[in-house]
Design a protein around this ligand. Structure first.
Ligand SMILES: [Zn+2]
Length: 320
């Protein structure tokens, strides 16, 4: 009996944590404080900085439907902000440079500059891909930077919704897993990705690409692991990716895999089906990020995959 009670307590805590985190992620429309910018300040080509330059947004063209962000490659470590004591503090090295090269490629291919949001603070001081409710922040400066970062993404999403009507947000990361492949996160767990296509087809409304799935002519499982999935479009360009159509990369099985974090949940189209979908891209170092040559090449390939994906599934032909 004691064992059952214990199990119920653990289950209760887990369930309430899931619900509280999820609820906050779904409800994000504005953070507690704003960054001091009005919508009119978000002029295409402008670079707006948050408090003490800890965060910034490169404002994209108003008719560009793409938003990029890099939360974990910051190097600024002010002594007055205490180090975080819980959670991951590893830097996603070169993720910001890769993100900016992707933005340059999108601009070159379409004439449209995407919105790009960057966190410059070290992950030891701030992890913007976590909710405030997780209490990772112990200093007002870090809290202000968190608010700035999220207000920039919220405004980018607002601009996309207002001027284009629908869009795609990609949250860029770097992982150190043994298998050097891009981990494409839609909020589906490894167990869900390991299931049958029939089962996967029931999961569209809990994924971060729910709004895309409603427009695409392909089944939801095809969007996840088919020949026209985002992972497959990366594989076609020589970038190994999971989930995708390639044998061995269809689902994670028991291998480590990141399925999407706070921002993918908060700013994608899960459940409510808002007009902006989100994908988290966890990139490997050895074949994607570790050298400038690799980043230039892979940035261009990822940009092309994004454009093909939006044409295939979102009826948006952005190429020049
Ligand atoms: Zn990361």
């Amino acid at each position: 009996m004691k064992r059952f009670n214990c199990l119920f307590v653990v289950l209760g805590i887990s369930i309430s944590c899931c619900f509280s985190c999820k609820k906050e992620a779904d409800d994000v429309t504005k953070t507690d404080s704003d960054s001091g910018y009005a919508e009119a300040d978000y002029k295409p080509g402008a670079v707006l900085s948050g408090y003490k330059n800890y965060t910034k947004i490169y404002v994209g063209d108003l008719n560009c439907p793409i938003i990029l962000s890099s939360p974990h490659d910051g190097t600024v470590a002010p002594a007055n902000i205490p180090d975080r004591q819980d959670g991951v503090v590893v830097r996603d090295i070169y993720a910001t440079d890769l993100t900016l090269r992707m933005a340059d490629s999108i601009k070159a291919l379409t004439g449209l500059r995407p919105h790009v949001v960057i966190n410059e603070l070290s992950r030891k001081k701030l992890d913007p891909n976590r909710s405030l409710a997780e209490a990772y922040l112990t200093h007002e400066d870090a809290k202000t930077a968190w608010n700035d970062y999220h207000n920039f993404i919220i405004m980018a999403r607002t601009l996309v919704t207002k001027h284009v009507g629908k869009g795609l947000y990609l949250d860029m990361h770097g992982h150190g897993h043994d298998i050097a492949r891009i981990e494409v996160g839609y909020l589906l767990t490894s167990a869900e990705l390991n299931s049958t296509d029939t089962q996967i087809n029931q999961l569209a409304n809990k994924s971060s690409i729910f709004s895309i799935s409603k427009e695409s002519a392909y089944s939801f499982s095809q969007l996840i692991n088919g020949d026209n999935s985002f992972g497959a479009l990366l594989q076609n360009r020589g970038l190994r990716a999971i989930p995708s159509n390639r044998a061995g990369d269809r689902s994670p099985n028991s291998d480590p895999y990141f399925n999407g974090g706070y921002c993918t949940s908060a700013y994608g189209s899960s459940k409510l089906g808002g007009p902006v979908s989100a994908i988290q891209l966890e990139t490997p170092g050895p074949n994607v990020r570790n050298t400038a040559t690799l980043r230039q090449s892979s940035g261009g390939k990822i940009a092309r995959a994004i454009l093909e994906y939006m044409k295939l599934h979102y009826a948006m032909d952005l190429a020049k």
